[in-house]
Design a protein around this ligand. Structure first.
Ligand code: SF4
Length: 398
């Protein structure tokens, strides 16, 4: 009964996807050798042939937000942490082709064995959220916290969606990484590292996940949270504000989930009577507060799989995933939360031509677009990731 309706196009999103444009100018990063044309009718066959030639030598990971044409060739799909763990669990595969974005490939390089090489098919596949916290900015911010006399009370908690350098900063300062599934446990742990009532968390880089978890799950107030703007002296905060804060939120956000608004929620409730609104915790606080359910990508998938037939759902997350969920759950009425498209433009950089190019290059003995994390950075990033795995009640699935 699938009733999924495509949201309307927005000029910006279509432009980033390259439709109606000069494709040659939208390749992002030069690919040595021959990048096949998107119009090549033999692309699917070429991808199959290259993958078959490589056999167990290659393990292809596909993030949930990837295009269908790419997901078709993934050996496993999942969120960033699950994928990095899956790569580490496959030491027999020397090549890991990560169909996702740059920080994910970095995490895979940190968690996999030395002989495994991680390839990102298009180096233009970055993450705007991860890029909102540059390591130099975060180190300057830490100096501000020292100057304000609060650094000893602060434990950094960094979202998985951050660069390896930020994860290493977190490890060096005794903090932990979290995912959207275990953010609450990570915050509980972080506050427990300091005497009761004195602990503070510096949450990087997604202000929304930090705020939503602190307020809606830990019961802190919005007034306990301050927003640290790296473009302003002392984050735009006074010494007193930093001293009184419990949560110091980095001014970063996901450009995809940040698009959903309270209007989107109100509008879909009018359009679809009885709809249940299910959103990702990277959405803004007012959106998450107005939704019926909030959950990580994996939780969104599980919730729909368990939903009663005939129920209606409006989903606030990336469009590639929502489309796929609508297709995989024809017994449900699945709607995209916004009226216009909401792709992750950088995730969409990985397309079939880039996947074919990277697989054929590997089959020809050339490792292209390898992602390598500096050993010292990798060491401290691993310390922070291991801390997450040591959190109470955390399993590999979280
Ligand atoms: S969906 Fe958001 S957080 Fe995920 S890669 Fe895209 S911009 Fe980054």
């Amino acid at each position: 009964m699938s009733t999924f309706a495509e949201p309307a196009a927005t000029p910006a999103a279509l432009l980033l996807l390259g439709r109606g444009r000069d494709l040659a100018s939208e390749r992002g990063v030069e690919c040595p050798g021959d990048l096949p044309a998107p119009s090549d009718p033999g692309l699917v066959e070429r991808a199959r042939a290259a993958k078959a030639a490589l056999g167990d030598q290659v393990f292809v990971l596909g993030h949930h937000y990837q295009r269908d044409e790419v997901i078709e060739f993934a050996d496993v799909t999942g969120d960033s942490f699950k994928l990095a763990q899956q790569a580490a669990a496959r030491p027999d595969s020397p090549y890991i082709v990560f169909c996702g974005v740059h920080f994910m490939a970095e995490s895979a390089d940190v968690l996999t064995a030395e002989h495994q090489q991680v390839v990102l098919p298009d180096l233009a596949a970055g993450c705007s959220m991860a890029d909102m916290a540059a390591i130099s900015q975060v180190e300057d911010a830490w100096d501000d916290l020292v100057d304000a006399g609060v650094a000893d009370d602060v434990v950094p908690v960094s979202y998985m969606n951050s660069t390896a350098a930020i994860k290493a900063f977190t490890g060096r300062h005794g903090g932990t990484i979290c995912t959207s599934s275990n953010a609450r446990t990570a915050l509980d742990w972080a506050f427990a590292q300091r005497p009761a009532g004195r602990g503070k968390v510096l949450f990087l880089p997604d202000q929304h996940l930090g705020r939503n978890t602190a307020v809606l799950e830990l019961g802190l107030s919005l007034g306990d949270c301050v927003l640290f703007d790296p473009h302003k002296p002392m984050g735009g905060l006074t010494r007193e504000q930093l001293q009184n804060a419990r949560m110091i939120l980095w001014r970063g956000h996901c450009s995809v989930h940040g698009r959903f608004s309270l209007d989107s929620v109100n509008d879909v409730r009018e359009r679809v009577p009885g709809v249940q609104v299910l959103v990702h915790p990277e959405c803004r606080h007012e959106v998450v507060s107005a939704a019926d359910h909030v959950g990580s990508t994996e939780k969104i998938i599980q919730t729909l799989a368990a939903a009663p037939a005939g129920s209606s759902w409006a989903i606030g997350t990336e469009l590639n995933l929502v489309r796929r969920l609508a297709r995989e759950n024809p017994q449900l009425d699945v709607t995209f939360l916004d009226r216009t498209v909401c792709f992750c433009s950088t995730m969409n950089r990985i397309d079939l031509p880039h996947l074919v190019w990277s697989l054929e290059s590997l089959a020809a003995g050339r490792v292209v677009n390898r992602i390598v994390v500096d050993p010292d950075v990798a060491h401290w990033a691993r310390v922070a990731l291991d801390q997450m795995l040591a959190l109470p009640g955390i399993t590999a699935k979280d």
